[in-house]
Design a protein. Structure first.
Ligand code: NAD
Ligand code: INS
Length: 338
């Protein structure tokens, strides 16, 4: 494998995939987009044109047969990830898989088992918040014990809107999956139980979602975290975290650019999408992944992290339906992820 110019194929050229094509082509050192795969060939071609002279394919199988990629960024919808991941692991090709690893614990465990059978870590999961500067600063403060022990985490996760096809289950495995990973990242612990409550809801939302929802999470040592998830919040895109310590409170995510005092107002802009809110985090995620493929030393969230969050999502969807505090069933962690 060339260490200077990794040939990367992007599979799925939709919103996120097209973004990754541009990122790899224009802002990532040591990588070239060698191919774009999409069942929609026009989309594949449009994305490939941004990275000319990338080839196009309509399936992962054809991509592998043509030997057209040394590594893959997988950005198809989550329910399609398992099949592609199993093919790529079988071919020994490293993958940066957009979250979720898969939408359910059973399918995610099959991916983990395939990687364990292959005997090497090939999959990184796209939990880009781990690469966000604010997340990293808070993690350092927690680990250093600067303000004493971490007692509680409060998250607010607001999307301007979601498509009409977005379901209540997707609120958990597409959106809150980020906070499940964040709580594991900040605490260094697995999540033991989860509960979901709904109350007064917006009349401005989409048909299939009861919005907003309040998710409570508890880790193995008892740390509690709350998540307000509001996917049709209209105001824009906000991801905020407040960490409560024995001797202080730390907030991250609140500033989006300069504070302007003018025209009888003071304030700052609100990001409208994750594309801008997390642009530096995505850039860092992809750059570190490319570097790690070259060195052979994985650095980002693993398939185990993808599985562990999927297990919490499974409990979260049950909790959404039952209204009960629901325990998380988790498989034994293989030594590959020690
Ligand atoms: N990390 C983040 O913040 C973030 C943000 C948005 C989306 N995502 C994730 O990225 C992934 C893609 O989301 P999106 O919003 O870009 O979706 P999208 O629907 O915009 O794009 C998906 C693309 O996959 C293509 N596709 C469908 N079936 C295919 C197949 N069998 N083979 C090849 N291509 C196929 C579609 O034609 C489409 O172009 C999802 O897993 C999603 O959860 C992550
Ligand atoms: O797929 C998106 C993406 O993961 C965003 O980061 C998250 O904020 C959205 O809620 C989700 O729908």
């Amino acid at each position: 494998m060339s260490t200077q110019n990794l040939h990367v194929a992007v599979v799925g050229a939709g919103l996120m995939g097209a973004d990754h094509v541009q990122r790899l082509a224009r802002r990532t050192a040591g990588a070239t987009v060698s191919a774009v795969v999409d069942i929609d060939q026009e989309r594949a071609q449009a994305a490939a044109d941004m990275a000319s002279p990338a080839r196009t394919f309509s399936s992962v199988e054809d991509l592998i047969k043509a030997g057209a990629a040394e590594a893959v960024v997988l950005a198809t919808p989550g329910f399609l990830h398992e099949e592609a991941l199993l093919q790529l692991i079988d071919a020994g090709i490293p993958v940066m898989c957009e979250k979720p690893l898969t939408p359910g614990p059973e399918s995610s465990l099959r991916v983990v088992e395939a990687e364990v059978a292959a005997g090497q870590r090939l999959v990184q999961v796209g939990f880009m918040r781990r690469f966000d500067a604010g997340y990293r600063q808070l993690k350092n403060i927690i680990d250093a014990g600067t303000y004493g022990e971490l007692l509680m985490l409060h998250h607010q996760h607001r999307n301007a809107s979601v498509p009409e096809t977005f379901t209540n289950e997707m609120v958990i495995h597409d959106s809150v999956v980020h906070e499940f990973d964040a709580v594991r990242f900040f605490s260094g612990e697995e999540i033991s139980n989860v509960a979901v409550r709904t109350g007064r809801h917006t009349s401005k939302g989409t048909e299939l979602v009861r919005d907003p929802q309040l998710v409570t999470i508890q880790t193995s040592s008892g740390l509690l975290a709350t998540v307000e998830i509001f996917v049709n919040a209209k105001l824009g895109y906000q991801v905020l975290t407040q960490a409560v310590f024995e001797e202080g409170v730390v907030k991250i995510g609140e500033s989006a650019g300069p504070t302007v005092i003018a025209e009888s107002r003071t304030g700052s802009a609100i990001d409208q999408t994750y594309h801008t809110r997390f642009v530096e985090a995505y850039d860092e995620e992809i750059q570190q992944w490319v570097n790690s493929v070259a060195t052979g030393v994985p650095v980002g969230p693993s398939a185990w992290d993808g599985y562990a969050t999927a297990a919490v999502c499974g409990a979260g969807v049950s909790a959404q339906q039952s209204g009960e505090i629901t325990s998380v069933d988790m498989a034994h962690k293989p030594a590959l992820y020690a």
